[in-house]
Design a protein around this ligand. Structure first.
Ligand code: SF4
Length: 230
């Protein structure tokens, strides 16, 4: 049976609604990267991860081809995840600093992580149609978390943009005018979780120093305050 999130997770992993993404995720899983050639790739949509009662949500773009699409857990098994989970551990929101496989013992506290698009897209770029096709899963995840949810940390502009239709659909709340994405940008409204912007934890940002561990620590500290955890 399970609760709404168990049912949602199960439904997500079976989804085949986007032909281009289904073909891509399965092709990547069949061909594999040389470093992982002995592994069996997940090759399916990747559900959210973390407790079902969480005041903090972290919203990403989509699984990585050789990360979540390989391991079956979002942000798991790639450099982006290394940076994110190390920061969550420093913030006291994860019981260990690494996330390597679905059975590695990682547990999050008060935090649920999911993506706006649940299948790995070529070049990390879903089409607007794919984003919209996957949006109902995001809305259902937010609806299931709503009783406890206080803040959503949007990793990057894509996640930031995906939040607005979701908050309208789930909470019936919409900003009066467009709210631009920025690192540290904050939107708050009565009757909805706060939205906090953070540069994406991609290698492009972390290798260049655009996003440093200290900047990530500040964002998570703010998220904890907004969630009432500190
Ligand atoms: S991106 Fe979303 S809607 Fe499209 S196939 Fe994957 S899970 Fe289904």
């Amino acid at each position: 049976m399970g609760d709404a999130l168990d049912r949602l997770d199960a439904e997500i992993t079976e989804c085949r609604r986007c032909p281009r993404l289904v073909a891509w995720r399965e092709q990547v899983a069949a061909t594999r990267r040389a470093a992982f050639r002995d592994e069996e790739y997940w090759g399916r949509p990747v559900p959210g991860f973390g407790p079902h009662r969480a005041p903090i949500a972290i919203l990403g773009l989509a699984p990585a081809a050789h990360g979540g699409n390989r391991t079956g857990r979002i942000f798991t098994g790639d450099r982006s995840g290394d940076v994110l989970f190390a920061a969550l551990h420093r913030a006291g929101l994860a019981n260990q600093p690494t996330s390597t496989a679905r059975d590695d013992g990682l547990e999050l506290t008060a935090t649920r992580i999911f993506a706006a698009v649940r299948c790995a897209p070529p070049d990390n770029k879903p089409t607007p149609q794919e984003r919209d096709t996957c949006a109902p899963f995001l809305h259902r995840e937010l609806r299931a978390l709503a009783p406890d949810l206080r803040v959503v940390v949007a990793l990057g502009a894509f996640a930031w943009a995906a939040f607005w239709p979701a908050v309208r659909a789930v909470y019936g709340v919409a900003p009066a005018r467009k709210v631009p994405f920025g690192h540290g940008a904050l939107w708050q409204a009565d009757g909805a979780p706060a939205l906090l912007g953070c540069y994406h934890v991609s290698q492009q940002n972390t290798f260049t120093g655009r996003l440093t561990p200290g900047m990530l620590d500040e964002i998570l500290a703010r998220a904890k305050r907004l969630a009432g955890l500190t």
